[in-house]
Design a protein around this ligand. Sequence first.
Ligand code: MG
Length: 260
Amino acid sequence: MITIDPNKTYLIDLDGTMYRGNQVIPEAVTFMQMLQKHHVNYVFVTNNATRTAKQNLQHMETLGFTNLKESDFFTSAMAAVLYMKKHSDARYVYAIGEAGLTEAIAKGGYELDEQRAELVFVGLMHNADYSLYSKAARILRQNHAILVGTNQDRRIPDGDAFSIGNGAIIEMLKYASEAETVMIGKPNSPMMEEVLSYVGKTKAECIMIGDNLETDIAFAKDNGLFSIMVCSGVHTKKDALSFRVQSDEVIASLNELSIK
Ligand SMILES: [Mg+2]
C-alpha cells in the first residue's frame, strides 16, 4: 500500500488511468471517492484536445464518476492557448481541431483569419483530410506562422490496435512547412508551466498519476515532479524497467493507494 498525502495536489491522467476509452476502470471510481471524502486537491491533466471540459465531465459522469466539476479538467488545448497568450503577441490564428481546441481558442480571444494567421494550432481532428492539412502547411509557410501542437502523442490506443496520434500529424506538417514548432502537451514543459499556474501550486506540492511512460511519467520526471505510474493503460511494469526515466512508484492498480 502506498499512502496518499492529503496536503498534495494530484495531477491525474484520464485515458488509461480513469477509464479506457468508453470503459470505466472501477478502482478509479473508488479512488476518486476517497480523494473527495478526504478533501484532497486534484485536477485531471489530459493531452486529449478534442473534448471541452464540459464534454470531459459528461464522459466521466456517464462512466459513473460523481461530484466532479468542469474546472477539474485541464486539457492540452487549454494549455496551448494560455501558453501562447503569454509567449506571443499574435492575434490572428488558424486551427485544425475539434470542440476542445476551438472553444479554447475562442475563450482566448483569438481571431480566426487564414490570411493573417500568425499561429496555426493543431489538435486531433478525426475527419480532417489531405486538403485541410495541405492548407495548414501553406498558411504556415506563406505567413511564416508558428505551428502549435496541442500534444505529440505518437499513437492512440484503439482496442487491441492503435490509431495515429496528433504528434505524428504535427511531424508531417512540420516537415512539409519547415515552420517553427511549439509542442504543448505532456511531456513538454509548457503543459507543466500552465497546469501549475492553473492550480496555483509549486512542483513540490504536486504529484502526477498516469499510465503512460512517454507522456505522464516523462512529464513528471523531466519537470521535477513526483510520479506514480499505474499499469492500467498503455504501459506495463516491464516497460517501466526499461524506460529512460524511472517512476517514483509503480502500481498495478489505483486500489494500491490509500489515505491514513
Ligand atoms: Mg493515459
